[in-house]
Design a protein around this ligand. Sequence first.
Ligand SMILES: *Cc1c(COP(=O)(O)O)cnc(C)c1O
Length: 355
Amino acid sequence: MTATIDIQITKTTASRLSETDFNNLPFGKHFADHMFIADYEGGEWKNLRIVPYGNLSLSPAISALHYGQTFFEGLKAYKHVNGNVGIFRPYKNAERANHSAQRLSMPAIPEDIFVQSIAALVDLDRNWVPDKANHSLYIRPFMFATDAALGVQPSSTYKFMVLTGPVGAYFSKNLKVKIETNYSRSCEGGFGYAKAAGNYAGSLLPSAEAMKEGFDQLIWTDAKNHEYIEELGAANIMFIINGRLITPSTRDTILKGVTRDTVIALAKHWGIEVEERRVAVAEIIQAIKNGQLTEAFGVGTAATIAPITEIGHEGQLYQLSDPSTREFSNKTLKTLNDIRYGVIPDEFGWNYIVG
Ligand SMILES: *Cc1c(COP(=O)(O)O)cnc(C)c1O
């Protein structure tokens, strides 16, 4: 049983809902009317509140700005066909948030505070959850250090906040990706498994260079020898080879995606063999050449399934199958959508129903 937490609510007197164009929702540009804030002070989370969305006033010395002691999460709420609003697997994000917090010397956020603050915020702004096909309310929890003091040490005060905003259909374009053999996203002993802001800052330049070469995205490889495949940009990566689902096993260099976990659970449920292990670049190139690799795709909250249709490696470009012919990817996307929009029974208990 979960304890109910006390959240003080101050409602906006100037809703922006009617002036928001739900037919044009670029990712991350529109925010719902309210946001959640909690303060960490004296060793505990206090002052849990929902207030109108707006600017913060902060010292310019806060350590989040100087030393990057900050991380985020990302999940979605969906309007079900029966009118309910469901949040997809929020306890998984709560668990991961605490892995990030621990690695960055930040305080844990109790799972009940994490999930109930999101549920209360989504409930209050439930009219912001779009009811169109493939639309959703994106939820962005994050925590940052707020001690106003220079000096490299863990802060003693923090804020945990949640923003939400409606997002439109993500048209999974066919991805032309490059296997990166120069830059690294993360390294052994590092914090690639944390959703730390710094990991994303470091990925911007490599991504921009890949784009200049005509690619949409890059495939990260291990930092040591660039021999093993790790992730696809800010998504996990999967392959179908000889009818089996193959994906890099998670380790300290790889983010443990909730979508990854979900797709693996579905595959196992369908009796498909799943191999979570190290995946060599050479193995993938060989499997493409001999026709055994039938599907390659990224998995994450934003795109769900992002089909890879071209892979560049050491100056060679390899063509993959037409996404419309991909049995596993298409079945998975359809099933996942049916669960998230409440079209079919949620046998796995993945939907947290707000009501
Ligand atoms: C967020 C993220 C993912 C995907 O995680 P989901 O929980 O499925 O959204 C994968 N890799 C990286 C690096 C990420 O930041």
